[in-house]
Design a protein around this ligand. Structure first.
Ligand code: GLA
Length: 377
């Protein structure tokens, strides 16, 4: 992929580029907790977005998406925003860097990636983080600190792409480290690396290859529900709420908002339970929590869909240790913690049953936990 991108850059711009990459992510547990001030447990993966880039000495950006075979040209002022969604990610990163006092001048760029689109592995965060990292290195002597690079990506989603996402994806993409998951406290920004090598198990994603989400609106509505419940409780985020608190205001909120908050409160505790279990090497508990998360996301938070519930059922039937929907939801993939000895049978069964019902096999993605944003030599 790297050579292909470099080659295209030379072809279009007639110069040698500098290469950067940033990764997609998985999340072991802690879903829809980030914007509630809770904990998440992601890691970067070996699927990434690569960017070939070079300052061009003008005040215009020329960027080409190799996968889409599309080019966009835009200036760096707010009114220069491009129309195409894919180009708005790049434009947003430039603008958010500038808003923070960072320097951005014109550049030429070509990018491509192998993060599956729509799988819930955050291809957009990988794109934002790769550009945020590159602009920091090329124009700002790496003065912008890493957490701020993640926020640049997050604010790009908020201000240029219509998704009021939390910080998890961009954090994972920027901070990812080979072989390690990371527990991030989304309220304080504190994080720890957890080496993750579950002996006797494999982590695998089954991508349903379906996407039901329409832009960011159902996601944003979930967030609004949480904020409304927190407000009713007189607290800043649901991080500070207990089930007792929630039950006290049950008659003041809708039944739907009650269920949304019930899921978040449970999930917050599950992340901590999983951390403890991992320290003991207790993968049965990790797996049980994953199933509980799936049930919560499906029934209370209602971000699952028929295809993902079906994949989850197949995992249960096969005795898979843990399985759940991963990422924002409304399609995408399940993440599965599977004992080595049943792996082949489970994958074969999932492929056959899913294909029989939906006409296509799920894509099998083996998880390799890798580095996040970086300059490539
Ligand atoms: C999306 C968002 C994240 C997070 C997850 C759900 O991936 O971008 O911020 O909220 O959904 O955990």
């Amino acid at each position: 992929m790297k050579e292909r991108i470099e080659q295209k850059f030379r072809e279009i711009f007639g110069a040698e580029p500098i290469m950067y990459a940033s990764a997609g992510r998985i999340n072991l547990i802690g879903e829809h907790t980030d914007y509630n001030g809770g904990f998440v447990f992601p890691g970067a993966v070996d699927k990434c977005i690569m960017v070939a880039i070079r300052p061009n000495g003008t005040d215009t950006v020329h960027v080409y998406s190799l996968d889409l075979d599309k080019r966009a040209d835009f200036g760096l002022r707010e009114e220069d925003a491009p129309k195409d969604q894919w180009a708005r990610y790049v434009f947003g990163v430039c603008r958010e860097t500038i808003k923070r006092g960072g320097k951005v001048e014109g550049f030429d760029a070509v990018f491509a990636g192998n993060v599956p689109l729509g799988a819930g592995m955050s291809s957009s965060a990988a794109l934002e983080s790769a550009f945020a990292y590159a602009l920091n290195d090329l124009f700002n002597d790496n003065r912008i600190e890493k957490f701020e690079l993640a926020r640049i990506g997050q604010d790009t989603e908020h201000n240029y792409c219509g998704v009021n996402c939390g910080i998890m994806d961009q954090f994972a993409s920027v901070f990812g480290k080979e072989g390690c998951l990371m527990r991030l406290d989304c309220r304080s920004g504190e994080y720890q690396y957890y080496p993750f090598k579950p002996v006797g198990y494999r982590l695998v994603l089954l991508d349903s290859q379906v996407k039901h989400e329409l832009v960011g609106s159902p996601y944003n509505r979930r967030r609004q529900s949480c904020e409304y419940v927190a407000q009713t409780l007189g607290i800043e985020t649901l991080r500070d709420a207990t089930m007792d608190d929630l039950n006290r205001i049950e008659d003041k909120i809708s039944e739907e908002d009650y269920r949304r908050a019930r899921y978040v409160i449970g999930e917050k505790d599950r992340v901590l339970a999983v951390c403890d279990a991992l320290e003991r090497g207790d993968y049965e508990t990790v797996g049980r929590c994953m199933y509980e998360t799936h049930d919560g996301l499906s029934k209370d938070y209602e971000v699952s869909c028929e295809e993902l519930d079906f994949l989850n059922d197949i995992a249960r039937e096969n005795g898979v240790t843990g399985s759940r929907i991963m990422g924002g939801g409304f399609g995408g993939c399940t993440i599965n913690l599977v004992k080595n000895e049943i792996y082949d049978k489970f994958i074969a069964d999932a492929k056959a049953k899913f294909a029989e019902k939906y006409g296509h096999e799920p894509r099998v993605i083996d998880v390799v936990i890798s580095d996040g944003a970086r300059r490539l030599d």
